[in-house]
Design a protein around this ligand. Structure first.
Ligand code: ADP
Length: 243
């Protein structure tokens, strides 16, 4: 549905939640939140709340799934039944399967899976509360959880959504912007190289808008990266280790 006639998403240069066009929602990232996982992280991007747990590398069962040359990375994205306003039917669906796959693809380039032949690395991402951009929040949590598990990584993966609402390019799509906006484009970026490992486009952008959106995504991903690093530093700070 077009936003223009029905609901104005930008009023006096501000979005419905008061943000500027190039502003992230209030975002917090915490590493090491689950005792029983090898690595974990919790991410809040506004009202989107996501937790990730990593197990492994551990011997992969059943054995026929093992790869003698490298670890098998398995990502599973799920939405809790209470994460959306209408109860989400539990269990896998096409959307979750697709998101699990794109998250695995976005993470794979930073891992050297040949370090751990015959093993599996499992990344579980659970959406506790969904208010748009859950794959983005899930990816940010997964990257921190992998680092928290002590798995060697070439880089983190920092992810944001950009999009177009009321004809303007904006950072971090949320709330009604997802339903009534024109375009949603989740992007994952490797902070050191600037490589893009996820880019999906739901809607339309002109070439100029696309370039503007990529530049905005790079800016947002930089801020996410700083929060991811901060979370990992806090996790391994003196005080947390003594705990
Ligand atoms: P993302 O969450 O990565 O933006 P989508 O664009 O598919 O992925 O979903 C956008 C938003 O739509 C979600 O964040 C969530 O708020 C809502 N949503 C997705 N699936 C459901 C569902 N089954 N029931 C209700 N809301 C949903």
């Amino acid at each position: 549905m077009s936003s223009s006639e029905d609901l104005k998403l930008i009023v006096n240069g501000k979005r419905l939640d008061g943000r500027k066009l190039d502003e992230l929602r209030p975002t917090t990232i915490t590493a090491g939140v689950l005792n029983r996982a090898d690595g974990s992280a919790y991410v809040e991007m506004g009202n989107t709340k996501v937790i990730a747990g990593v197990y492994g590398p551990r011997t992969l069962h059943p054995r026929h799934m093992q790869n003698i040359e490298r670890a098998v990375l398995r990502c599973k994205y799920t939405m809790a039944p209470f994460s959306v306003s209408d109860r989400k039917r539990p269990g896998p669906d096409r959307r979750s399967t697709e998101i699990s796959m794109v998250i695995a693809n976005a993470i794979t380039p930073v891992l050297d899976l040949s370090d751990f032949p015959k093993t599996g690395i499992d990344v579980f991402i659970e959406v506790l509360q969904a208010d748009a951009s859950t794959r983005v929040a899930g990816l940010n949590a997964a990257a921190v959880a992998l680092a928290d598990a002590g798995i060697e990584m070439k880089d983190l993966v920092s992810s944001v959504s950009v999009g177009k609402i009321d004809g303007k390019v904006v950072l971090d799509i949320a709330g009604d912007e997802d339903c009534f906006g024109d375009t949603d484009m989740p992007i994952a970026i490797l902070p050191r190289t600037g490589d893009i490992t996820l880019l999906q486009l739901d809607g339309n952008l002109s070439l100029d808008e696309f370039k503007e959106a990529i530049a905005l995504a790079r800016k947002g991903a930089k801020d996410i990266y700083a929060l991811q690093v901060k979370a990992l530093k806090e996790r391994y700070s003196h005080d947390r280790i003594i705990e």
